[in-house]
Design a protein around this ligand. Structure first.
Ligand code: 5AD
Ligand code: SF4
Length: 465
């Protein structure tokens, strides 16, 4: 075990002692709740926070009014920030009834100085604030907060330390995210991520494979390799390794049946990666390939380093080599200076590619990013109109693409009992589509062939074949 891991484990023990004292005082178990905003990276971070709290003896509570409440925040768009302030208002009323309650804030939003100022001014009932660079020290910060009254703020600017071998509380027994790299060097002009997650840093392949092996031994059959830009994995490491090579190694771990990854930047997607996907059935037939815009002019101003033509050619190449692959995307509407012609280029790419699904976002101005100072912001009503047109198109394409698989028989990994109908079990195809099948809990964690009997827009009803 490495030094920092030993230290944090010592803090877990100290947290346990403090939690026991509180438990005696309250004569009941001490509970926690973690609310996650944003992306898969944050979801994985929340599993780490929960893992440490559970190791210290805290009991997970479904409702948000627990003794320790953590909001793991996102700041990629302004509405994510607004949601957090909304939750804080609610938590304040809960804390008035439970004076032992600790409210903690972490994640990307906390790396913004203006947010910290606002918390210090208007949200002083918060107990602990930490950021993205010191999350690995959560056990230590939790201990500090347990033994301290009042607001504690612990933010670091940038930290190259990677500590991954601490307890985690996986949401699913049979699948898990695995961080392969942190941060981003791309500086797309609209995006705040490089500022709040720092410069790109990859984990060594040895550490990653060790973690995947341990997960497989613990029953995990599907891993999702996580990074803001997985295609540039390996840069800056002493070893000479590409993302494609890492994928091969992960597929070779005994017990691993499915491998996914998020997110790919079109400019860095190599032929080698396409070949590895083509030759290895364990790699899921799904590629999330953010387009952002179809206009060359806008792409240039977004600092994306590819053209509409490059993107279309790339999709063509991938589909030729990996038949049946689902391609999904992110698109921003209303980037500063976007004209109707620019927008029609985006619509044209969607018509040509026919994405299996697309996340569409309204451009959100993020202070500190280059695009925030671009003067020609698009009026709200124009954006709304474009957004609606785009949404209608991507939904139609998604439905049509999904329809094409009806009556096929494909392997499904079963994940959960359906929330609306407990006679149904929900699973996913390799291409990430959702399938519901009549069945019970015994199916969960199994991969079985399913005939897709009916397509209902974005999901299927199926029967085990
Ligand atoms: N406004 C709107 N959408 C954004 N995204 C990133 N930054 C912004 C922003 N300022 C979107 C991009 C990215 C996804 C995760 O969020 O489409 O791919
Ligand atoms: Fe943001 Fe661009 Fe990095 Fe993605 S690649 S996190 S959009 S800067």
């Amino acid at each position: 075990m490495k030094g920092e891991t030993i230290l944090q484990n010592e803090y877990i023990n100290k947290c346990k002692e403090e939690r026991e004292k509180l438990e005696k005082k309250l004569s009941r178990p001490v509970t926690f709740h973690v609310t996650t905003f944003g992306c898969q990276m944050n979801a994985r971070d929340s599993e780490k926070l929960s893992g440490i709290l559970e190791a210290a003896g805290y009991v997970k509570k479904e409702e948000e009014d627990a003794d320790v409440v953590i909001l793991n925040t996102c700041t990629v768009r302004e509405n994510a920030n607004q949601k957090v302030y909304g939750r804080l208002g609610y938590l304040k009323t809960k804390k008035e009834k439970n004076p032992e309650m600790k409210i903690m804030l972490c994640g990307c939003m906390m790396q913004e100085p203006s947010v910290i100022e606002k918390i210090m001014e208007s949200y002083r009932f918060v107990d602990l604030v930490f950021g993205t660079f010191n999350l690995y020290r959560f056990a230590e910060l939790l201990y500090k907060s347990q033994t301290h009254k009042g607001l504690l703020i612990e933010i670091e600017k940038e930290d190259q330390t990677i500590v991954e071998d601490l307890p985690t509380d996986r949401k699913y027994k049979f699948k898990s995210g695995v961080n392969i790299m942190f941060g981003c060097n791309n500086f797309c002009s609209y995006c705040i991520v490089p500022y709040v997650r720092g410069r790109e840093k990859s984990r060594t392949s040895e550490d990653i494979i060790d973690e995947v092996k341990k997960l497989a031994e613990d029953g995990v059959m599907e891993v999702m390799l996580l990074g803001q830009n997985v295609n540039s994995y390996g840069k800056g490491l002493d070893e000479d390794i590409s993302f494609a090579e890492l994928l091969r190694k992960v597929c070779d771990v005994p017990g691993i049946e499915r491998v996914r990854f998020m997110t790919s930047h079109p400019k860095d997607l190599s032929d080698e990666l396409i070949d590895v996907m083509a030759e290895n059935e364990k790699i899921c037939r799904h590629l999330h390939l953010p387009l952002q815009s179809g206009s060359d002019e806008i792409l240039k101003r977004m600092n994306r380093h590819y053209t509409k033509e490059d993107y279309l050619k790339l999709v063509e190449k991938i589909r030729a080599k990996v038949p049946g692959i689902a391609i999904t995307t992110d698109i921003i509407v209303g980037f500063p200076g976007e004209t109707e012609e620019d927008f029609l280029e985006t619509m044209d790419v969607c018509e040509k590619v026919r994405f299996d699904s697309a996340f569409t976002f309204i451009y959100s101005k993020r202070t500190g990013t280059p695009a925030a100072s671009y003067e020609d912001q698009v009026p709200e009503d124009v954006i709304k109109d474009r957004f609606d047109r785009l949404l209608a198109l991507v939904q139609r394409c998604g439905r049509e693409r999904a329809e094409e698989w009806t009556n096929e028989t494909l392997p499904v990994l079963f994940e959960d009992i359906n929330r609306q109908d407990e006679n149904l079990v929900t699973g996913r195809l390799s291409n990430n589509s959702v399938v519901h099948v009549k069945g019970d809990e015994s199916l969960i964690g199994k991969i079985l062939p399913v005939r897709l009997t009916e397509c209902r827009g974005f999901y299927y009803m199926g029967e085990i074949a």
